[in-house]
Design a protein around this ligand. Structure first.
Ligand code: FE2
Length: 296
């Protein structure tokens, strides 16, 4: 079926599902060459750049992030966060090779790396945002998420709008690009279909004053629990794209398989219909990383 439809048709079809369910798959969104270029650059950044930017013990974990200047500053830089299980906690040495140890590269890859910028602002991405009704999409953040075999952790149920909140909150969307096949075994995305029509459940934001424990980022509400059976698992092939509404509840399991699940994802808001809140955790203070999808 894919071979018989054009990418433009698939994007149009996906925009309908996106509005109905809060997510949608566009098969074969990236060419093999584009996937290869993104994989190669992700590996180069990991091997050549990561330890120049960070101390190797920088991990990605909520309890750690809320007190971390390294995390706070990652909104306008390309920074590297390691998996918790990638370290021997006693020796602080990496357990395996660095290529399999990083959880994510974030959060301004789209603005500061030319290869990722090209893909994030490509005509087909412009077409996608137009199809879902965005008049002036501005990219807020981007991440390469590795979810490597055995160490790649789970992401608990969340709305992306909790981290990237606009007023009103429904004008945020993510583009999620599979750089490997994402399967039920290696941690494909899972969604509660239709939950994008629910309100924003909780927010992660900059506290007005630092808390006694030193945290300067905080949550306004605890996470909610959702029954397993309410989630739809969405396995996709390498090169496929998933459109994610900023309010849809989604999650992914840890990767306990022997296969990697690399992805590149970025989020944009529609500046013509909403305002990005000034107390969101991510605030570019020195560099304008909120670039337009469409050059103007
Ligand atoms: Fe998410």
């Amino acid at each position: 079926m894919v071979a018989e439809s054009t990418l433009s048709q698939r994007i149009q079809d996906a925009s309908k599902s996106f509005h109905q369910d809060g997510f949608a798959v566009v098969e074969q969104f990236l060419s093999d060459d584009e996937v290869e270029a993104l994989r190669k650059e992700s590996l180069r950044l990991t091997v050549e750049e990561s330890l120049k930017e960070c101390h190797k013990a920088q991990i990605f974990d909520n309890d750690y992030n809320v007190k971390s200047q390294y995390y706070l500053g990652s909104g306008e830089r390309i920074r590297y966060f390691f998996e918790k299980d990638a370290f021997n906690l006693e020796t602080e040495e990496l357990v395996g090779p660095i290529e399999g140890s990083i959880a994510k590269i974030a959060h301004a890859v789209h603005a500061l790396n030319p290869i990722f910028k090209d893909v994030s602002t490509s005509p087909k991405v412009q077409e996608t945002f137009k199809a879902i009704g965005f008049n002036d999409p501005r990219i807020l953040q981007s991440m390469v998420i590795f979810k490597n075999p055995k160490v790649g952790g789970e992401y608990i149920p969340h709305q992306d709008g909790s981290y990237l909140t606009t007023d009103p909150p429904e004008h945020v969307a993510g583009i999620w690009l599979a750089l490997d096949d994402a399967t039920e075994e290696n941690g494909c995305l899972q969604f509660i279909a239709g939950s994008h029509k629910w309100p924003l459940k909780r927010r992660f934001f900059r506290a007005k004053t630092a808390r006694p424990d030193g945290a300067f980022l905080e949550w306004d509400n605890p996470p909610e629990y959702y029954e397993d059976h309410t989630f739809v698992k969405v396995p996709v092939k390498r090169g496929d794209m998933i459109l994610i509404h900023g309010l849809v509840i989604h999650r992914s399991d840890a990767n306990n398989s022997s296969k990697p699940r690399w992805i590149y994802t970025f989020h944009a808001y529609d500046k013509s219909k909403s305002q990005y809140l000034k107390d969101c955790w991510l605030q570019p203070e020195k560099t304008n990383t909120f670039i337009p999808v469409q050059a103007n």
